[in-house]
Design a protein around this ligand. Structure first.
Ligand code: C5P
Length: 239
């Protein structure tokens, strides 16, 4: 029987080939069992690969960040239902969320709404003509509208997690936070980053970690060290 893993950690398999993604999933066997496949996997058959991982008792997060007219979003989600993904992302616009929820129907996939990418800051919002206001306030507003539209959870930087948890209706929703860094080292293209423990203290249910694990010299050690920092972990470092 497969070893039980701590599914609060979701590993982003952001690879350009199926071989690399499959090798990483195998390397992390028994350490991480919840994997995110996104846009970088589409050309090499990431959806089929996700379905295979699912059959192998892994949990799957399809990070497709869907955004289109309502009928297309609904039909796309309906066609993805057969893959049995645990999580699926869409843009947090209320019409998109509503259509995704309708396409999901009775399937078990949680529809997660993206507020803002963790790689953007206020300057990027200005460039995208997004109204004035503090980042946190706008993320909360987007989260509130997405929740009202039926989202099961919200993707947001851990920096906004506590404020989002406090918005009406968010108490029982999932908060999933990318942009996790270990405090030292390379942020890569991420801007609004936080450490794993700080993300959970802020109210996250899951963290998404890509490069700090998959580009590490020793992905297993990197994943174990992140897991050890999560609240309630018995080997959590003290002090
Ligand atoms: O390598 P890194 O840990 O930065 O990867 C973060 C992952 O989370 C990437 O796959 C990225 O697409 C995703 N993500 C994000 N910010 C969001 C939503 C998803 O970084 N708001």
């Amino acid at each position: 029987m497969a070893e039980r893993t701590d599914d609060r950690l979701i590993v982003a398999l952001d690879f350009a080939t199926r071989r690399c993604a499959a090798d990483m999933a195998s390397e992390l066997e028994g350490v991480a069992g919840f994997f995110k496949l996104g846009l970088s996997s589409l050309a090499w058959g990431g959806l089929e690969f996700a379905a295979e991982l699912k059959k192998d008792s892994k949990r799957i997060f399809l990070d497709l960040k869907l955004f289109d007219i309502g009928s297309v979003v609904a039909r796309t989600v309906e066609s993805l239902n057969s893959l049995g993904a645990d999580f699926l992302t869409v843009h947090g616009d209320p019409g998109v969320v509503r259509s995704a929820v309708s396409g999901r129907g009775d399937a078990n996939t949680k529809i997660l709404a993206v507020t803002f990418l963790t790689s953007v800051d206020r300057h990027d919002l200005d460039a995208a003509l997004i109204k004035r206001g503090a980042f946190g306030d706008l993320a909360c507003e987007r989260a509130t509208r997405a929740i009202d539209a039926g989202a099961d959870g919200i993707i947001a930087s851990a920096r906004e997690a506590a404020a989002i948890r406090a918005v009406p209706g968010a108490k029982d929703k999932l908060i999933v936070t990318p942009g996790i860094r270990l405090g030292i080292g390379d942020r890569h293209d991420q801007v609004r980053v936080m450490t794993p423990s700080a993300a959970f203290e802020a109210g996250a249910d899951h963290i998404v970690v890509g490069r700090p694990i998959i580009r590490s010299e020793n992905p297993v050690d990197a994943a174990k060290s992140i897991l050890a920092q999560l609240p309630g972990t018995s080997n959590r470092p003290t002090g």
